[in-house]
Design a binder for this molecule. Structure first.
Ligand code: ADP
Length: 268
């Protein structure tokens, strides 16, 4: 399975990517993580990227495209991957299209997490407070001023990607403001064989009333969403039948992820 997660900083891409990794035994390819690893290792790429990242701007396309080109060719990405933070510009998306085509690979979907910017700023502020309280080191770009720049870069350069993928019929949109588990359930529905035909799905925030949506939406129509009741049932079912498997996959994925970083920092 090959997926792209789209969404502004703080939208929850990283959280959802980790869940997809565990569920589908694929790898998470986060250009942000890879660049941070390169910075930490003091590689040439890292030295080039550091000040750009600290300022909340985008690293040049050729740098990230080269990183991804190298990474998707590695053995652990063969089973599939979820791209988190890449592509971030239309030229990056076009480069990815070419990279995949050259390898005879196809994307299974592009999932956009739609969020409200005002709330995002609060989320980042909370994340900063929580990390500070735990005594964890903050990312240099995790501060409100830089975040505004990151959001501006997102609006100008990354948001147009939704159109790029919508034109290809690949874009699915999820309500990223819903509780995390509901977002996960909405993504699961999109990725399930029945959900794949739907086009889009929304995660509903926790509602009080149970919904009555047993009827399947007609094929090809916008997913009027199977509400929470159904989402919960699925989540329960998968926790029951696949929980064990997922945990194993998670371990495996975790090992792969750290392996990835090692390889990357060595290579660059
Ligand atoms: P966030 O999604 O929270 O903004 P990331 O961890 O994805 O953070 O990225 C952090 C920084 O790394 C970005 O602000 C940017 O400077 C750089 N970066 C990551 N991915 C890309 C990319 N695909 N193209 C250009 N720059 C990138």
């Amino acid at each position: 399975m090959r997926l792209i997660l789209l969404g502004p900083p703080g939208a929850g891409k990283g959280t959802q990517a980790l869940r997809l990794v565990a569920k589908h035994a694929i790898v998470q390819l986060s250009t942000g993580d890879m660049l941070r690893a390169a910075v930490a290792a003091g590689t040439e790429v890292g030295l080039r990227a550091k000040s750009i990242m600290d300022a909340g701007q985008l690293v040049p396309d050729d740098v990230v495209v080269a990183i991804i080109a190298d990474r998707i060719g590695q053995a652990d990405a063969r089973r599939g991957f979820v791209l988190d933070g890449f592509p971030r510009t239309v030229p990056q998306a076009e480069a990815l299209d070419r990279l995949l085509a050259a390898r005879g690979l196809k994307l299974d979907g592009v999932i956009e997490l739609k969020v409200d910017e005002g709330i995002l700023i609060n989320r980042i502020a909370t994340r900063v407070e929580e990390m500070t309280a735990r005594g964890e080191k903050l990312r240099a770009d995790d501060n409100p001023d830089v975040l505004k720049g990151r959001l501006a870069a997102y609006r100008a350069l990354t948001a147009p990607l939704a159109d790029h993928y919508a034109r290809k019929g690949m874009l699915k949109t999820v309500d990223g403001m819903a509780p995390m588990d509901d977002v996960t359930a909405a993504i699961d529905r999109i990725l399930s064989p029945a959900g794949a035909a739907k086009g889009s799905a929304k995660a509903k925030p926790a509602a009080k009333k149970p919904s009555r949506s047993k009827a399947k939406p007609a094929k090809g129509r916008k997913a009027k969403v199977p509400a929470k009741g159904r989402a919960k049932k699925r989540a329960k079912a998968s926790a029951g039948s696949k929980g064990h498997k997922s945990a194993q996959a998670k371990n495996k994925a975790g090992q792969r992820k750290s392996g990835t970083k090692r390889r990357l920092t060595k290579a660059r």
